[in-house]
Design a binder for this molecule. Structure first.
Ligand SMILES: Nc1nc2c(c(=O)[nH]1)N[C@H]1C(S)=C(S)[C@@H](COP(=O)(O)O)O[C@H]1N2
Ligand SMILES: [Mo]
Length: 421
């Protein structure tokens, strides 16, 4: 099989003159930096959901020691999640061409025969399988989730989270093995015919460089420029999702394009009131009551009574796990810590369980940590940009917390329960 050039097991099957240590190394070093940033911002996003706080927030109850690093997500700077998650999703999409080019550049290796020359070689190939499979899995689940086309069986959160750890373990092993050589390969100015090169580099060349190359149609540098151009194009058609003035440039993603409307409530909507099954009868002035429970019991407040409490304003964005965000909106409402004080939590407010009128769906409830409740900018908002909240933005009242992911900014709030969770 190894000698039949019609089969991919033969080195002669792979004829592109582009393949070689330099090309693979440049792409590999870009991914080394990029994927590390993806991993760190991904772990940050996971922490920002407060999964350790309450089962209500926890999409991965079986995480065990993988939750070792969880920390209380801060409320400063208020644009923190907007930045970390915008970088996570935008960079992930931008790296797709680099990932594909890198896999293409090493594909002959997947077919190397014999499958294992030694135990070490067998282990290395197994780790490559986890690396390639894990990488593709993470990119595919991530893209499907932000495209709102999620088709995997099972929830996105555990798959993307556990997948990330498997992938990153293989990635770390691979990076430790290959980075020193990749750096040498890239520093080497002359790409061809290196006399006196190290043994590992020579072996690398033997596996990657075609023994029977076809005529080149593009130089290695040219090929690299097209990969970079593809990345730039994806970047330019994605990044605008996080900037109001540029949203129209985000052609490839939901929540790109124009805002859904103009005016104070005209900014992006995740799930509409109709989608969430919110019945306008339940949100009317006569029917709706906010039920607040804490140390000293329960109080029920109409919207008019809420509006009669001391009101405060905060300029805060909505920043979604899908990577899009709005610029700061002017929210006005009652401070969460003032509501805590109403039910007996003066001074040091505790954690908070927020429940929505919504009856189905993963985001109808959310737990907020004491530090989020205590922040004076955290509101139960009644107004946005000088107007009543619209039904789609959470009328009669919604949560808004600095630096928190969109999921924690519950809309159509019905019940607040203060107490240590
Ligand atoms: N009750 C309820 N609140 C919710 C959601 C939801 O599905 N149900 N979605 C959350 C998510 S994921 C985001 S990003 C924000 C979006 O707020 P917006 O639609 O006002 O922009 O609302 C949050 N609040
Ligand atoms: Mo979201």
């Amino acid at each position: 099989m190894r000698d039949d050039p019609r089969l991919p097991f033969s080195p002669r099957f792979w004829r592109s003159p582009l393949r070689g240590p330099w090309f693979t190394s440049v792409l590999g070093l870009v991914l080394l930096v990029g994927i590390t940033v993806l991993f760190v911002t991904g772990l940050a996003s996971y922490a920002a959901y407060n999964p350790g706080l309450s089962p209500v927030n926890d999409k991965t109850p079986d995480k065990g020691i993988l939750g070792f690093y969880l920390f209380a997500w801060p409320t400063h700077p208020y644009w923190l999640y907007r930045l970390t998650q915008g970088v996570h999703v935008t960079l992930g999409i931008t790296l797709i061409p680099v990932l594909l080019a890198k896999l293409w550049s090493v594909v002959p290796r997947l077919f190397t025969l014999p499958p294992a020359r030694s135990l070490a070689h067998a282990l290395e190939r197994l780790s490559l399988l986890l690396l390639v499979g894990g990488g593709l899995f993470e990119f595919v689940t991530g893209v499907l989730n932000v495209q709102l086309d999620y088709v995997f069986p099972g929830s996105f959160y555990p798959l993307h989270f556990y997948g990330a750890w498997v992938f990153f373990a293989a990635f770390t092993a691979h990076a430790l093995l290959k980075t020193p050589m990749a750096l040498r390969n890239v520093r080497r100015l002359r790409e061809e015919r290196n006399v006196g090169e190290e043994k590992d580099v020579r072996e690398e060349r033997d596996e990657l460089v075609s023994p029977d190359p076809a005529e080149p149609t593009v130089s290695r540098r040219g090929a690299l420029w097209s990969v970079g151009g593809g990345s730039l194009l994806l970047f330019l058609t994605t990044a605008g999702r996080s900037f109001d003035g540029l949203r129209g440039t985000a052609l490839l993603a939901p929540h790109g394009g124009a805002d859904p409307a103009t005016g104070p409530n005209g900014f992006q909507i995740n799930k509409t009131a109709v989608y969430a099954g919110i019945d306008p009868v339940e949100t009317s002035e006569d029917a709706w009551r906010l039920v607040v429970t804490g140390r000293t019991g329960t109080v029920r407040l109409s919207r008019a009574q809420l509006a009669g409490l001391p009101l405060h304003s905060s300029a805060l964005p909505i920043a979604c796990v899908e990577g899009w965000s709005t610029s700061d909106q002017w929210w006005r409402g009652v401070r969460l810590r003032d509501l805590a004080a109403l039910v007996g939590h003066d001074g040091d407010p505790p954690d908070l369980l927020v429940e929505s009128l919504q009856r189905h769906g993963a985001f109808r409830r959310a737990a907020l940590r004491a530090n989020q409740v205590a922040d004076p900018r955290s509101l139960l908002a009644l107004y946005v940009n000088g107007e009543d909240l619209s039904p789609d933005h959470g009328h009669p009242a919604r949560i808004i917390v600095p630096a928190a992911p969109g999921v924690l900014n519950t809309k159509w709030v019905a019940r607040l329960t203060f107490g240590d969770l």
